[in-house]
Ligand binder design. Structure first.
Ligand code: NAD
Length: 299
């Protein structure tokens, strides 16, 4: 099908590439020229603005960093809301349920359907097409785009109300952020006591402490100290903040979330928002006064 794609960063780039490889025709837009160039080489057409994308196709996808940017691209001046052909806007970004509902309401006034479709599984999952794709919105429109979304990974229809898939995504990323924070604390404690971090991760992965940080992120980027998973600390912090806001708005307990959020606020302040989120261990090492040499092989 003809698909517009806005935001060709760490996630958008490989997702757009997979759509082209699956035979879809893409009209693309990003504020960075270097982001569009590789896809132009694969046959995508370039648009001059989000509105221009939405003038040319019925289905527009977006993978953008922050909720404020998604709101601007969707509903601001020159946004997809001004497009003449667009029928549905699929937001692959993580924005939280409140922003998703606000955008859905604004677009509905122009008879444009919003489908929330946040994803999980990182850059490697986007490259391989093994993401978890969480979808909410009107069923008839979900049916139209389900095959295209299937190019990214496994599609889960969470519900038909705007924002439901965003709540699912925030719950998932809270657990991912917690695993990374907690595993980092455990490893720094062990290293200070003289344990080998690679042995620790092997034991944890054979035992009951196994989690996504120990099985995936430590072996790939923390033990080898390459710190290159492709997800910015600022974006992880954004997700944890959104999750905490959502929990507070719902009036549910959030003590663990609050502690994890404080940890990510510190990582963001100390390492900078552009740092890779795998650098989460570094502030803990600085406080503990220990570190370890690169170890293990990068898989
Ligand atoms: P990114 O910063 O690498 O990419 C965002 C892209 O949007 C960039 O190419 C940027 O130039 C472009 N952009 C910014 N403002 C724009 C505008 N006004 N108009 C058009 N393009 C614009 O971010 P990412 O890591 O690819 O993440 C994208 C979204 O996916 C975020 O919401 C993030 O939370 C979510 N996400 C990321 C990962 C990951 O591992 N990186 C995993 C799951 C979900």
């Amino acid at each position: 099908m003809d698909i517009g794609f806005i935001g060709l960063g760490n996630m958008g780039q490989p997702m757009a590439r997979r759509l082209i490889e699956a035979g879809h025709k893409l009209v693309i837009y990003d504020t960075r020229n270097d982001a569009v160039a590789p896809l132009l080489a694969l046959g995508a057409q370039i648009a001059s603005s989000p509105a221009d994308v939405a003038d040319r196709v019925e289905t527009v996808m977006a993978s953008l960093p922050e909720p404020s940017i998604v709101t601007k691209v969707a509903t601001g001046a020159g946004g997809v809301i001004e497009g003449k052909r667009i029928k549905r806007f699929i937001d692959l970004s993580t924005t939280g349920s409140q922003v998703a509902a606000e955008i859905a309401a604004a677009l509905a006034k122009k008879n444009i359907v919003q489908i929330d479709s946040p994803v999980s599984g990182g850059v490697s999952g986007a490259v391989k097409g093994t993401l978890a794709v969480m979808v909410s919105g009107p069923q008839a429109d979900i049916d139209i785009v389900k095959d295209a979304l299937g190019v990214f990974g496994k599609v889960f229809v969470i519900g038909n109300q705007a924002g439901m898939a965003q709540t699912m995504k925030l719950a998932n990323n809270f657990l991912s952020a917690t695993a990374l924070s907690a595993t980092s604390e455990a490893v720094v404690m062990g290293v200070k006591a003289g344990l080998d971090p690679a042995v620790m991760i092997d034991v944890i992965n054979a035992g009951s402490g196994r989690n996504t940080a120990s099985t995936d992120k430590f072996p790939k980027a923390i033990l080898p100290r390459s710190f290159d998973l492709g997800f910015a600390t600022a974006l992880m912090l954004k997700d944890v903040r959104l999750c905490l806001q959502e929990a507070k708005a719902l009036g549910v307990p959030n003590e663990v979330m609050s502690a994890v959020a404080a940890n990510w606020e510190a990582v963001n302040a100390e390492n900078g928002g552009d740092s890779d989120f795998s650098t989460v261990i570094q502030p803990l090492e600085r406080r503990a006064g220990v570190t370890f040499a690169a170890t293990g092989k990068k898989s």
